[in-house]
Design a protein around this ligand. Structure first.
Ligand SMILES: [Fe+2]
Ligand SMILES: [Fe+2]
Length: 195
């Protein structure tokens, strides 16, 4: 049976994501990357729904495929079976450095640029009394230079991501912080309203 390609909708993608992902940390990561990629879609005048849903699903299979010999390549057939369009699936696949796929579209470049950085900014916010509310690029850059802080974040990917997107690192950091701020509470970050 050939599944028909479905309309990309955020609701459907959330349903797919939460069927495969139960970890709160992973769901928060998906939301942070989604917010960042959506902000860029608006900035670039691109298809915000497609970009947002691609970002939301980029690590959807990580919980069931936590190793690089499976993630995200073994997730792709699942997305295909569920009827997601190839553009989304290719985008999801391209975020993985080990697959060596050319990031030949703006969506792929943006997803790659936001993935590690959103994670890093999240980590910065977790150790600050006001989360990311007053976080500035300068202190993010300082933390990037401390290898022991959020050691799992690949610094080289943060730097090359901004470069591939053609952005100064500070501007990119500022954009991602601004994109994540409205959902800070959902991301488990402290906000002044919650204090
Ligand atoms: Fe991933
Ligand atoms: Fe990710």
């Amino acid at each position: 049976m050939v599944p028909s390609v479905l309309e990309v909708s955020r609701e459907r993608a959330w349903e797919t994501l939460t069927r495969y992902t139960k970890s709160e940390a992973l769901l928060r990561h998906a939301l942070a990357v989604e917010a960042s990629v959506r902000a860029y879609a608006r900035k670039f005048g691109e298809d915000e729904e497609l970009w947002g849903v691609t970002a939301l699903l980029h690590d959807f299979d990580y919980e069931i495929h936590p190793t690089l010999d499976k993630h995200p390549q073994d997730g792709a057939p699942i997305l295909r079976e569920e009827g997601y369009p190839e553009e989304l699936i290719e985008g999801v696949l391209s975020h993985a450095e080990h697959l060596n796929m050319e990031r030949d579209t703006k969506l792929k470049k943006t997803l790659f640029a936001c993935d590690e950085l959103a994670g890093f900014i999240h980590a910065c916010g977790l150790v600050r009394p006001d989360g990311i509310e007053t976080l500035e690029p300068k202190s993010v850059r300082k933390k990037l230079k401390q290898p022991s802080f959020a050691a799992g974040v690949h610094r080289d990917e943060v730097y090359s991501g901004a470069e591939e997107l053609g952005l100064e690192l500070d501007d990119h950091i500022r954009n991602v912080i601004a994109a994540m701020r409205p959902i800070a509470a959902e991301l488990g970050l402290r906000t002044s309203e919650a204090a």
